[in-house]
Design a protein around this ligand. Structure first.
Ligand code: HEC
Length: 215
């Protein structure tokens, strides 16, 4: 094959390159190179890059208009810290204690919210009114796991897996679990119909009664 045929295959835009001088000495395996100009878009891109470079260097290092990587990182992290602080201010971490939960006990809205959660999640096992079914009666003065607010909260949170009580710690928020305690406190001593026989230890005094006296 002649050189001309090679050129036809490699460059259909043959007439443009025909005038171009061959770069002497650039020949590999018989393929020779022509000194064609770079495509227009490429040349434009090149000059735009060249023009942008001094803008960037001056802007970043001389006039300090463009932030460096470190500056941008620091400002973004400051922004993130602000968002975190704002979030934490709106969502205070809940320290589980008798007092913290007592703040829910006797509060109407907490009891109402707790009742809804109870109907949706707990009634299947503890009965619609807490009278007990698979799970123990929650209205009597007998408790298997203690009758302090924290005791009830802890059973709800951790469950009693080998006895069939679901752990709710990862399903319900601390506030929701506290509302459930508030609801359970509110039905204490209601002696609903079909009440299940007592299970656990008899507690003569309920912390809820102290609380009710206060309010
Ligand atoms: C799948 C059935 C089931 C569900 C659902 C369930 N429980 Fe229980 N629960 C039990 C069983 C069974 C026990 C008894 C555990 C034991 O014997 O130690 C129990 C125990 C308890 C106790 C301790 C009672 C005591 O005497 O100390 C509380 C409080 C309680 N559940 C609250 C709840 C709340 C609140 C919910 C809903 C968020 C709930 N349970 C959902 C089965 C259930």
């Amino acid at each position: 094959m002649s050189n001309d045929t090679h050129r036809d295959d490699a460059n259909p835009n043959q007439s443009a390159s025909q005038d171009e001088p061959l770069i002497e000495g650039h020949s590999y395996d018989g393929i020779e190179e022509y000194d064609n100009p770079m495509p227009g878009w490429w040349v434009w891109l090149f000059w735009i890059c060249v023009a942008f470079a001094p803008v960037y260097v001056l802007g970043m290092h001389v006039f300090d208009i463009i932030p460096t990587y470190e500056e941008k990182l620091a400002s973004d992290q400051a922004e993130l810290a602000e968002i975190r602080t704002a979030w934490e201010a709106q969502n205070p971490t809940f320290e589980v204690s008798n007092d913290a939960i007592a703040a829910f006990v006797g509060v109407e809205e907490a009891i109402a919210a707790g009742q809804q959660l109870y109907s949706a999640n707990c009634a299947v096992c503890h009965g619609a009114s807490g009278e007990g079914l698979i799970g123990p009666n929650l209205t009597d003065a007998y408790w298997i796991h203690g009758n302090e607010n924290v005791d009830i909260y802890t059973v709800i949170t951790e469950g009693v897996l080998d006895k069939g009580m679901t752990p709710w710690g990862s399903i319900l928020a601390p506030q929701e679990r506290s509302e459930l305690v508030a609801y359970i406190r509110s039905i204490e001593g209601t002696n609903p119909e079909g009440a299940k026989e007592p299970q656990g230890t008899l507690y003569e005094e309920s912390p809820a009664e102290d609380n009710e006296e206060e309010t």
